[in-house]
Design a protein around this ligand. Structure first.
Ligand SMILES: [Zn+2]
Length: 203
C-alpha cells in the first residue's frame, strides 16, 4: 500500500510483479541469529528504499525477491475512503509477524498492491487483528491493529505466505483498472479509486 508526496528518482530495486513465481512462495522465518545483524539491516534498508521510491504504505520482503518474513510499514495520517480519517503509523519493521486474533467484524474496501500495478480490488478482511512479531533488534512485540493498519498488516503478511490480494477477491468485476492522475487535481486527487503514482495507496 502507498502514499508518497513526490515520485522519487533514487535508485531502488524493482518490485516484482504478480506473474513472478517468487511472489507465490512461502517466505522463511528469520532466524534468531539474524537479529541485530548486518544482513537483516541491509534487507530492511533495501526493502524500505523500494517502498519509498515506488510509493507504498507497506511492503513485504518477497516483493523485492527476499524470501524472508519481513514487512515494513509507514502510514501517513490522511483521509481514506472506507476508513475515514486514518491515524499515522510511523515507519517500522516487523520480523516474523503472525496474526494471533481476528475480529469477527469485517470490512470490505479496495486494496492496491505494488506487485499488481494498475489495478485495485475489493477485499473483505477482519476489521481488527492482533499480531505478534519481533523488532529487527529481536524484541517481541504484541500489536493490536485496526483501521488501515490492520488492513495493511493482513495484506503484507499474506505476501509472506505467497498470497496476493486478487486471491481474496470473490467477484472478478470487483477488480478494476486504475489510472494515474495528477496529485494537484482538486477532485481526482481525493478520489482513492483512481491511482496516483505519487500519492496512491498501494499495499
Ligand atoms: Zn502488496
Amino acid at each position: 500500500m502507498s502514499h508518497q508526496t513526490k515520485v522519487k528518482t533514487e535508485a531502488a530495486e524493482p518490485v516484482l510483479q504478480y506473474t513472478d513465481a517468487r511472489l507465490r512462495q512461502v517466505s522463511a522465518v528469520v532466524p534468531e541469529t539474524a537479529f541485530e545483524g548486518e544482513k537483516l539491516r541491509s534487507w530492511i534498508e533495501r526493502l524500505n528504499q523500494s517502498r519509498k521510491v515506488y510509493g507504498g504504505i507497506g511492503i513485504a520482503a518477497p516483493q523485492i525477491g527476499i524470501l524472508q518474513r519481513i514487512v515494513v510499514i509507514d502510514i501517513p495520517a490522511y483521509e481514506r475512503v472506507g476508513f475515514g480519517q486514518v491515524e499515522a503509523v510511523p515507519l517500522h519493521t516487523l520480523v516474523n509477524p503472525e496474526i494471533i486474533w481476528y475480529s469477527e467484524d469485517k470490512l470490505k474496501v479496495a486494496e492496491g498492491c505494488l506487485s499488481v500495478r494498475g489495478y485495485e480490488g475489493f477485499v473483505v478482511r477482519p476489521r481488527r487483528i492482533r499480531v505478534v512479531a519481533f523488532s529487527p533488534e529481536g524484541k517481541r512485540l504484541e500489536i493490536e491493529a485496526d483501521s488501515l493498519y490492520a488492513r495493511c498488516l493482513q495484506h503484507e503478511i499474506d505476501h509472506l505466505d505467497g498470497m496476493l490480494y486478487p486471491d481474496r477477491v470473490t467477484l472478478l468485476r470487483e477488480i478494476r483498472k486504475i489510472q494515474p492522475v495528477s496529485v494537484d487535481d482538486p477532485i481526482l486527487s481525493h478520489n482513492h479509486y483512481i491511482a496516483r503514482p505519487d500519492v496512491t495507496l498501494v499495499l
